[in-house]
Ligand binder design. Structure first.
Ligand code: FAD
Length: 415
């Protein structure tokens, strides 16, 4: 029997995890990854270290490291898929090549969203850093810049802000919402993080938008805000969310509803085609609603699951929280997961705050299940909470301990 031809479009978290998972189950299949990028696969969340120049591209390479050690996985760089013919079972690649497949994975991720209302985004010095190539260019520009403006107060812009601060660039964050990190927590929780950000030197302007890039002989020379204020800068970073890379699927018959629609086995609407990662629409185990997430861990988990299904081992994907973040911002650790926006909802909410910590837990309307948590400054029990939320476990006698911030391992042993 001839070996199965596995073709994976997109060589990042989801695509590489799928390849690894396929190889573990099928020692003989041909695994080909088509990548639009010129660089070999790498850990995307680590690109801020390229900006700080603390790591090299080799140090953040994906293949051969951690879980990505599978052999005989062929990655074709500079090879964007331009269309998929699901009748003939081929992927058409820029340049004219038609690559046949038996099993196909769509793992093309997402690209930054650039709001059309910002004028002048083609000016040199404007970034929406997503790739290693972007990070290299930003690192070079940081060497000649004194000021940077960051449009958007999400996590990616915060990470890039720290990288630029480390390079000695003064950074101003311009946020449309009343507070930073509005996608992952409500303003009361974010206030602690904001204070920490200001302490490390970040200037934060809320309730404002960048509407125009001002250009000089060396590219960006400043930005204009919707208030009319002008801020001088040599770098503008736009962090306004992402959009899935799905355009090449037009006419393929694969159902796309913003992202590529996956069933519980990560399969698409067309036989032998699967999807995983930022490009996929999956479901939230808490709400049951269809969602898209933009998280490395989710992309890896879903990619591994898709790989198993492609290799003939039916595996249900258990879904992903709409919100699941665990990181550290200016020495303040935080975790936000599940339902975090509760204003105007019927959920049962308990907040425990001190000068340096903020812990909010959210229970279902009937009070029986934990459905969300925002932990800032003190992230203890985050793992327990994640388990309770994800497994939809009735909290029963643990509820008082959760509300009183007294939960510990012992309770699970007695439970
Ligand atoms: C600066 C930064 C920091 C981040 N930090 C974190 C973090 O701390 N924690 C976290 O969980 N997540 C983080 N993320 C998000 C995380 O990187 C993404 O969720 C993850 O990379 C998604 O993986 P993916 O495989 O679905 O897609 P992507 O990583 O987007 O990769 C898709 C690949 O497919 C390629 N491609 C697109 N179209 C085509 C085509 N037509 N043909 C061939 N190839 C194509 C793309 O060029 C890309 O190489 C961060 C992201 C950035 C940019």
């Amino acid at each position: 029997m001839s070996p199965t031809r596995y073709v994976i479009v997109g060589g990042s978290a989801a695509g590489m995890a799928a390849a690894q998972s396929i190889r573990e189950l099928d020692a003989h299949g041909d695994i080909l990854i088509l990548s639009a990028e010129a660089d070999a696969p790498y850990y995307r969340p680590l690109i801020p270290y390229i900006v700080t120049q603390k790591k090299t591209a080799e140090e953040i390479a994906l293949m051969g490291q951690g879980p990505y050690t599978a052999r005989d996985i062929h990655v074709r760089l500079n090879s964007p898929a331009i269309s998929v013919d699901t009748g003939a079972r081929v992927v058409n690649v820029l340049g004219g090549d038609a690559v046949p497949y038996d099993k196909l994975l769509i793992a093309t991720g997402a690209r930054p969203y650039i709001p059309p209302e910002i004028k002048g985004v083609d000016t040199p010095g404007v970034y929406a850093p997503r790739t290693l190539a972007d990070a290299r260019s930003l690192a070079a520009r940081a060497g000649m810049a004194r000021h940077a403006v960051m449009a958007g107060g999400g996590l990616l812009n915060l990470k890039t802000s720290f990288a630029l601060l480390e390079r000695g660039v003064a950074v101003t964050l311009v946020v449309a919402s009343p507070e930073v990190l509005s996608q992952v927590m409500e303003p009361d929780g974010a206030a602690l993080i904001r204070a920490a950000l200001e302490k490390v030197g970040l200037r934060i302007l809320t309730g404002r938008n960048v509407v125009e890039v001002l250009a000089g002989p060396n590219g960006v020379s400043g930005v204009r805000l919707d208030t009319g204020e002008e801020l001088p800068c040599e770098i503008l970073c736009i962090g306004k969310g992402v959009r899935p890379n799905v355009e090449f699927l037009e006419g393929s018959g694969i159902v796309v509803e913003r992202g590529v629609v996956a069933d519980e086995y990560t399969a698409c609407s067309v036989p032998d085609v699967y999807t995983a990662g930022d490009v996929a629409i999956t479901f939230d185990p808490i709400t049951g609603k269809r969602i898209m997430t933009a998280l490395w861990t989710n992309a890896v988990e879903m990619g591994r699951c898709a790989g198993r299904n492609m290799a003939g081992h039916p595996t249900v994907y258990s879904g992903t929280f709409g919100v699941l973040n665990a990181t550290q911002v200016a020495d303040v650790p935080f975790v936000s997961m599940g339902i975090v926006h509760t204003s105007g909802t019927p959920y049962e909410v308990h907040v425990h705050a001190t000068a340096n910590t903020y812990r909010k837990v959210v229970f279902s309307e009937d009070g029986k299940r934990l459905i969300g948590a925002t932990l800032v400054g003190d992230i203890s029990c985050a793992g327990f909470y994640r388990h309770l939320i994800r497994e939809r476990t009735p909290v029963n006698g643990l509820k008082a301990e959760i509300i009183g911030q007294r939960l510990h391992y012992g309770h699970f042993i007695r439970w």
